[in-house]
Design a protein around this ligand. Sequence first.
Ligand code: PEP
Ligand code: MG
Length: 572
Amino acid sequence: MEKLVGIGVSPGIAIGKAYLRNKELKEHQRSDIMKNQVEAEITRLKQASRQVKEDLVLLIKSASEKIGLTNAEIFNAHLLILDDPEFIPQVISIIDQEKVDAVTAINKVVKKYSLLFSQVQDEYIRTRISDVEDVAGQIKDKLLRKDRDKTDFTEPVILLADDLTPSETVLMDPDMLLGFAAAGGSKTSHTAIIARCLEIPAVVGVGEVLLSKENDSEVTIIDGDNGIIILNPTPSVLDEYNKKQESRKQLITSLNSFKNRKAATVDGRTIEVAGNMGNLGDLNRLLEQGSDGVGLFRTEFLYMEREKLPSEEEQFIVYREIALKMAEKPVIIRTLDIGGDKNIPYLGLPAEPNPFLGYRATRMYFNRPEIYKAQLRAILRAAFSGNIKIMFPMISSVQEVRKAHSIIREVKAELIREGHDFSDIEVGIMVEIPSAAIIADVLADEVDFFSIGTNDLVQYTLAADRTNKSVSDLYSHYHPAVLKLISLTVEAAHSKGIWVGLCGEAAADPLLIPFFIGVGLDEISVSAGSILRTKRDIGKWTVTEAMEITHKLLRTKSVEEVEFILSNSSKE
Ligand code: PEP
Ligand code: MG
């Protein structure tokens, strides 16, 4: 038995026979050509890249169905690489000037790009070299008349590979690919994103040891939750993982009975269980889980995974697709929440000493109204097709809400002037800054709903950066101050007759369910994987039991005391 460790990028356990795909690591030998062959070689290159382009157009169509429109954008980026004003022209110029074949020239250009990308600080951009390599690999395959690497397995396998390109991964049949491990790769690679969408357990960044010939055909376990690969497990380890896999399956089956059912306490109080999403792949998972709606669409991902601002039309298409797919269920679209740990390089925002306390989200809108207006126009127009609501992040004062409303009014007037169809919609705010929670009664007069963002509320209440490991022990949603602010917010909202939800990570904490019922939340929004469990857990409590626990929690003095009460009352 051998255990290898990498980065778990897609959760779940896969057990099966390994298929080792150790690509020939042999470098393509530099191949010189004669002067009179240059033109023909350039024509061959152009033909190959045209064929790759045709393949990509087909791939985008099938990828959109498999992993959603937004994730399929990855392959639009591949088209952009083919059309890049530098990429192919550089290859042509090397063929012409150095008199080498097209494959040699491509390898040279890719090497140059690798060097450039490796110097970029931003990990996301740094790892984009894999997209350039993917496209280059496809052109080289055409030039060498090589079939694509084997992806059409006839029996279910666990693939061990040097690396998997995004296009290979999306073409795999999820019934035949039980899981995969790769020597290279990173958490933010497109391959990892696609694996998560297809729900294929995956571990990457394992290193060259993965590619040892002995690993071929061995029984292999991929533990995507913990980033572990076990080759040739002992009978007892195999048994342990078979049991884990079985209990995971059983849990999924038992939870399935909660699909499309309203969550209700034992005594019949219903709470909406909606879902958080960042892209259309997430939307498909929310739909699969029978979510009561979208409680939070983090729209910044529409802006982050690209090189320029998305146009109003591009956004409109995405928002409308969500509204239509969710039918009449509510869809809360949060306006751009950039800054803090989310950067958009092309906006050229200055580096700040304290980004979480800096120029972010709503604070930016008033200086860059064109960005914000395009988004609001797209949202209002899409609202015509479904039950969309707008939510502003990072609100700390009444003035900010009023300013935001005034921009909405301006945008509505523009849409009317231009004769667009649009709908009047509910407008809410995130309560994620302590000042907003403290003046929640005042803010409640200005909006239609609140959604409590505990991720930020915890960091701002406890002055503990949510991304800083050194203070992670201070960062706890069990702090009595946080619980009090949540309670204060719900009470203020209800006293003014508006509804209130909670969409931070704390929403998925099963121990807090009685507190959420006890304070009287109307909605909880969690990621797709937690929807069914949350619905089941709400059904374990009566309102009276939940209120008793809540009263106790609101009298605690420390995190430890809260933890003690919650673990003692747990019904897990
Ligand atoms: C939050 O702050 O709790 C929240 C849901 O938003 P984000 O994590 O995107 O800041
Ligand atoms: Mg937040």
